[in-house]
Design a protein around this ligand. Structure first.
Ligand SMILES: Cc1ncc(COP(=O)(O)O)c(C=O)c1O
Length: 403
């Protein structure tokens, strides 16, 4: 349901001010606080900045998160500048030597190492920088039983994967890490895994338990007393078809508290992105035209998937709300206002591609040229994953409401 602050701005903006992203920061703050409160106190909550790295979003989350997961040299620089002093965990595949060196200079607190070569590059960079205790978590492709990732929207582990290390590769890495034999500058602090996205709370708990058990066995087998951290990743599910059905943070928090009891002396950490910020953002635009083709209704909107790529990448209908605009009095064109009533309509954007679809055949009571449409769940993986420059349409406005 659209918040009143977003609705007010969405209807006050002029057509030329649209499309616009509108972020409800008080709503984000309340959500982040509720998530934090549902989690056990010892559990560390990192925000995966890739979901939405806008500085006002990062700063709003700051009091409620332990730190930020960053996945490129660009994100390291950006998040360091936006929230100075916040702990960073640098993950992601294909880190370059230059990125690793720069991250060390910036004092990045944790490195999630994805391969044996990356570990060697990091060791060399740390040595050159004169550092003797760089904290490393090995990202592991933890083996899971075949049904454990059943409901995942996007599986990144538990099967052949370019992400992280297979267990055999972990064995090869151990001699390069202090606490496991080496005298080098890298200290093995823990295990990291991000195996899937889109899991509900019971599935997340099953995966978290598998990761924590795997970490414990590794530590016991090799006497790794410094291996005290287990990061079980993000991927908490959100439901675009039912925006009101939210991830069950209360059940998840309870389950993680039980898991922590079974793993005394270990710090558990999570790094969700989407489930934290998706609800706070709205992409607001207006209907430019309505037409019929082959018996189907199409509403052509200002903007499109070059601003909000989410429905194209996920192949879903982006949930939306129609904000009727009574322009009857101001409708100056000498023809009837294009409209559809009580029929399914497909919402498309301004791009010359049939893929520019935001929602398909959705039943609406009424939709007219000049009405506004506010797309919900546009706070994560929306603007920042979109191909902005295609067709050179103007960029949207950005509004961060905070009253
Ligand atoms: C390593 C890692 N951690 C965390 C996340 C955040 O996932 P989500 O936004 O689904 O919670 C991702 C997303 O791809 C990821 O790759």
């Amino acid at each position: 349901m659209i918040t009143s602050a977003v609705r007010t701005l969405a209807t006050e903006l002029t057509g030329d001010d649209l499309p616009a992203y509108v972020y409800d920061l008080p709503a984000l703050r309340a959500h982040a606080r509720a998530v934090r409160d549902a989690l056990p106190p010892g559990l560390e909550l990192y925000y995966a900045a890739k979901a939405n790295p806008a500085p006002p979003v990062l700063r709003t989350l700051a009091p409620h998160v332990t730190g930020y997961e960053v996945a490129s040299g660009g994100e390291v620089e950006h998040v360091r500048a936006a929230v100075p002093g916040a702990p960073l965990a640098f993950g992601g595949p294909g880190k370059t030597e230059g990125e690793l060196r720069r991250a060390l200079t910036l004092g990045v607190e944790r490195f999630h190492v994805e391969s044996e070569q990356e570990l060697r590059l990091l060791a060399g960079a740390a040595k050159d920088a004169g550092l003797d205790a760089v904290d490393v978590l090995l990202r592991v492709n933890v083996p899971l039983a075949s049904d454990e990732l059943g409901g995942a929207a996007l599986a990144m582990g538990g099967r052949p994967s370019p992400f992280g290390l297979d267990p055999e590769a972990v064995q090869r890495c151990l001699p390069l890490l202090s606490g496991a034999g080496s005298r080098g500058p890298l200290r093995l602090r823990g295990i990291h895994a991000h195996l899937a996205s889109g899991l509900d709370a019971p599935a997340q708990l099953t995966v978290a338990a598998a990761i924590a058990d795997w970490a414990r066995k590794l530590s016991e087998r090799h006497g790794l007393d410094d291996l005290t951290e287990v990061n079980v990743g993000g991927g908490m599910g959100v439901d675009y078809a039912h925006p009101d059905r939210r991830f069950d943070w209360a059940a998840y928090g309870k389950g993680m508290a039980d898991l922590a009891l079974r793993h005394p002396g270990r710090t558990l950490r999570i790094e969700p992105g989407r489930a934290l910020t998706v609800y706070c953002g709205w992409y607001v635009t207006e209907v430019l035209d309505i037409k019929h083709s082959g018996g189907e209704a199409f509403a052509v909107l200002r903007g499109g998937t070059h601003h909000i790529r989410t429905p194209a990448t996920k192949q879903h209908d982006q949930p939306f709300q129609v904000l009727p605009m009574d322009t009857t009095a101001t409708w100056t064109r000498p023809w009837a206002r294009p409209a559809v009533r009580e029929e399914p309509v497909t919402l498309v954007g301004q791009l010359c591609t049939p893929k520019d679809v935001l929602a398909r055949r959705v039943q609406v009571p009424e939709l007219r040229a000049g009405d506004r449409v506010a797309f919900a769940m546009a706070g994560a993986y929306a603007w920042n994953i979109s191909h902005h420059d295609f067709l050179m349409h103007p960029r949207p406005g950005f509004h961060y409401l905070d009253t």
